[in-house]
Design a protein around this ligand. Structure first.
Ligand code: COA
Length: 260
């Protein structure tokens, strides 16, 4: 499929999704949000894709936020609708049944930090700059920032970032758990590819069940989360891939997973 604001590249079992508005620092306008939604739906159905890497085109930005030009004209009702659409995208990514890695290059502000937080893992370049500066525009985060940031870094740190609107560097983002790893700028692509290839070599249904167990379990009391884990473990046991994976270990060979 052709997109106006995205590039989707395939590499064996991996797909790279690049937000491609570098002259606007990859700001998320409504059209880009719709295209991202369509691209992730298509990648979800494509059984040859086992891991997705989301990043921004150019050297300067992952995503410098929602498109401020579009935000400027919003009122109560359309403001709510606007963010609900962005939230649908972040939910689609968060619940994606295949691993999604954010390759955070340069500015990831507002909607950029929110998009990265919806991904399963965040690897950032040392030049990454992250934050939720919406209050500086008289707004608040709307694509999940007030909800996912405290879950990721704790309430106090989240409120510090959201209320100050300050922008932090990669090291601080790593220190508070907003990103999972930082690498030199020239090494970002390869670090993401290496992790994605590792993940893509694992059993696809097991990956999907693990993502579900973590996502849904976090919203439940521990006892219910453990029950969910047991249920999904049972599901995994009933897959052909679990037979193949355990047999391959015992036969001292590499498992060949079919996603069945
Ligand atoms: N929405 C729309 N356009 C944006 C944008 C956004 N969130 N962020 C950057 N752009 C545009 C700029 O308007 C500029 O466009 P122009 O060349 O047509 O004037 C272009 O991207 C380059 O940005 P510029 O501000 O010139 O780059 P810079 O290096 O001087 O500053 C930032 C970089 C990220 C500090 C600055 O662009 C910025 O503060 N962006 C907004 C960040 C933000 O508040 N995001 C949250 C939105 S809810």
């Amino acid at each position: 499929m052709e997109y106006k604001n995205l590039l989707v590249k395939r590499e064996a079992l991996l797909a790279w999704v690049l937000i491609n508005r570098p002259d606007k620092l990859n700001a998320l306008n409504a059209e880009t949000i719709k295209e991202l939604y369509a691209a992730f739906l298509a990648l979800r159905e494509d059984e040859n894709v086992r891991c997705v890497i989301l990043t921004g085109s150019g050297e300067k930005a992952f995503v410098a936020g929602a498109d401020i030009g579009e935000l400027a004209g919003l009122g109560q009702a359309d403001g709510k609708d606007y963010v609900l659409e962005g939230q649908e995208l972040t939910k689609l990514i968060e619940t994606f049944p295949k691993p999604v890695i954010a390759a955070v290059n340069g500015f990831a502000l507002g909607g950029g930090t929110e998009l990265a937080m919806a991904c399963h893992v965040r690897i950032a370049s040392e030049n990454a700059k992250m934050g939720q500066p919406e209050v500086k525009l008289g707004l608040i985060p709307g694509f999940g920032g007030t909800q996912r940031l405290p879950r990721l870094v704790g309430k106090g740190r989240a409120l510090e970032l959201i209320l100050s609107g300050k922008i932090i560097g990669a090291q601080e983002a790593l220190d508070i758990g907003l990103v999972d790893k930082i690498v030199p700028p020239g090494g970002l692509e390869q670090a993401c590819r290496a992790l994605a290839e590792d993940m893509a070599g694992n059993a696809p249904l097991a990956l999907a069940y693990a993502i579900r167990a973590v996502n849904e379990g976090l919203d439940k009391p521990l006892a219910e989360g453990l029950l969910l884990e047991a249920e999904l473990f049972g599901n995994a046991c009933s897959t052909e891939d679990s037979k193949e994976g355990t047999r391959a270990f015992l036969e001292k060979r590499k498992a060949l997973f079919q996603g069945k």
